[in-house]
Design a protein around this ligand. Structure first.
Ligand SMILES: Nc1ncnc2c1ncn2[C@@H]1O[C@H](COP(=O)(O)OP(=O)(O)O)[C@@H](O)[C@H]1O
Ligand SMILES: [Mg+2]
Length: 234
């Protein structure tokens, strides 16, 4: 299976923002992208249906023609951790169920999985985001906000990813507010301390992120097989 697991140092750090830009960049390179957000809480109720907002953004960015259910089969309304939301709904979701949802259709394209919350956020009754990444054996892209305190957050997360034996493609430092940072340079400080690439993404309110070409190249080349097998013939 080919693909990438997008995780973060926490919630609201820009995972969907980066994942959707990555999906679009892969599509622009004629790669067929299969987005997956296997469990989403904080869904919006429309009549009888719960609409998963991240899954919707990923579907559009990936130009995915299939159903929202293929992307996000496990949906919950309260904006809380997926496991707690499942418990409140009297449901049990397991890592095996989430992994199998991610594998569905994976033979047809490049799987782009967005977890929920941070790398150690519980995702299912029996595991964390980390456990789903491990079950899928996908290389990981870590997204962090870029602020005071981010260095420690990133180093803790990169160590956790590597301790699980997962391949870390790189770290994306995402500017969430555009405030001038006169003295701070988290990108330089992390580059000194990490062997993987560190990418800095500027604040672009209301717009999709423009990812560096090297980041897209790196995601493609870390895939165990040749992603070009999923090229769309136009
Ligand atoms: N680089 C950025 N520039 C402008 N807005 C951003 C940027 N990154 C994220 N955002 C916004 O911040 C909010 C949280 O980002 P999101 O991608 O949803 O985080 P996560 O998926 O980690 O919860 C969203 O409203 C998103 O549009
Ligand atoms: Mg998200």
């Amino acid at each position: 299976m080919q693909g990438v697991f997008i995780t973060g140092t926490g919630t609201n750090v820009g995972k969907t923002h980066i994942a959707s830009a990555l999906a679009r960049a892969l599509v622009q390179r004629d790669i067929r992208v299969i987005p997956k957000k296997p469990v989403e809480s904080g869904c919006i109720r429309q009549g009888d249906e719960l609409i998963p907002q991240d899954a919707l953004i990923l579907k559009q960015a990936a130009d995915y023609p299939g159903e929202l259910d293929d992307i996000c089969p496990y949906r919950f309304e309260p904006p809380i951790s997926p496991v707690r939301a499942a418990t409140l709904a009297n449901r049990i979701v397991t890592i095996e169920q989430l992994a199998s949802a991610c594998l569905q259709g994976s033979e047809n394209g490049f799987i782009l999985v967005e977890g929920a919350g941070g790398f150690y956020t519980p995702l299912a009754e029996n595991g964390l985001n980390a456990d789903l990444a491990l079950a899928l054996q996908l290389p990981v892209l870590l997204v962090s906000d870029d602020r005071l305190g981010s260095i420690s957050q990133v180093l803790l997360n990169t160590e956790a990813i590597q301790n699980r034996g997962l391949h870390l493609i790189g770290v994306v430092l995402n500017d969430l507010d555009g405030q001038p940072r006169e003295y701070m340079d988290n990108t330089a400080d992390l580059r000194e301390r990490l062997s993987c690439p560190v990418y800095s993404i500027p604040y672009t309110p209301g717009k999709e992120a423009k990812l560096p070409e090297e980041l897209v190249d790196s995601v493609i080349s870390h895939s165990p097989l040749d992603a070009s097998q999923f090229r769309v013939v136009r």
